[in-house]
Design a protein around this ligand. Sequence first.
Ligand SMILES: [Fe+2]
Ligand SMILES: [Fe+2]
Length: 241
Amino acid sequence: MATTAERTVSEIAIENPASARVFESLGIDYCCGGKIPLRDACFKANVSPESVLRLLDNLKEAVGQTEPEKWVNAPFSELTAHIVSEHHDYVRSDGPRLLALLQKVKARHEWVHPEATTINDIFAALYQELCIHMLKEEQVLFPYLNSMDAAVRAGNAVPPAFFGSVRNPIERMLADHNDAGHSMARISTLSSGYQTPPDGCPTFRALYHGLAEFESNLHRHVHLENNILFPRALEMEKPGK
Ligand SMILES: [Fe+2]
Ligand SMILES: [Fe+2]
């Protein structure tokens, strides 16, 4: 389908995964806030829809006809395993590394750069919340979603769950994703878009580089859950499916 400014940002990101790079570079939210038309998202990000459409077209020319998101039809067991290995494991390994860098930067620079302390506090709270969130997904929600998908593929009914409708845990996860997105957006603003200050040491640079990567990984992670995994599960639960 042609890419127009009336289509939602998340639809474009699902159809053409490479577009996420364009959206990231322009500050257009394609995960938590991606369910709005591209035209409205451009207005929020203060960029012209025409220029974004041109960038998306150039992207298609540069990489050829792009493949649609491969997870749209994949079994949930594969998709959830991918989310855990590419995103949950990344949070668990990079979170503590970034917290250690934050401690060093805070100790050396907080008199001149008080934002380092605020960023540390926001990131420490976010990391803790993400660890709890990921555990809920890995121990409760993902195993249920995998069994739900396996049952439907075998032609059976969706299995019952102790939490009732799958919409209940999904709504809690969506709220957590929103909070996480806001925390990283605040860190991005406080760090002026992860720009190392002129007096910043190499540790400062490594920290901001790592935080920018962490935000980008979180966006891809939330995109897979909010825009692909969860809508597919909600659709599966509809009567008559
Ligand atoms: Fe997750
Ligand atoms: Fe999640």
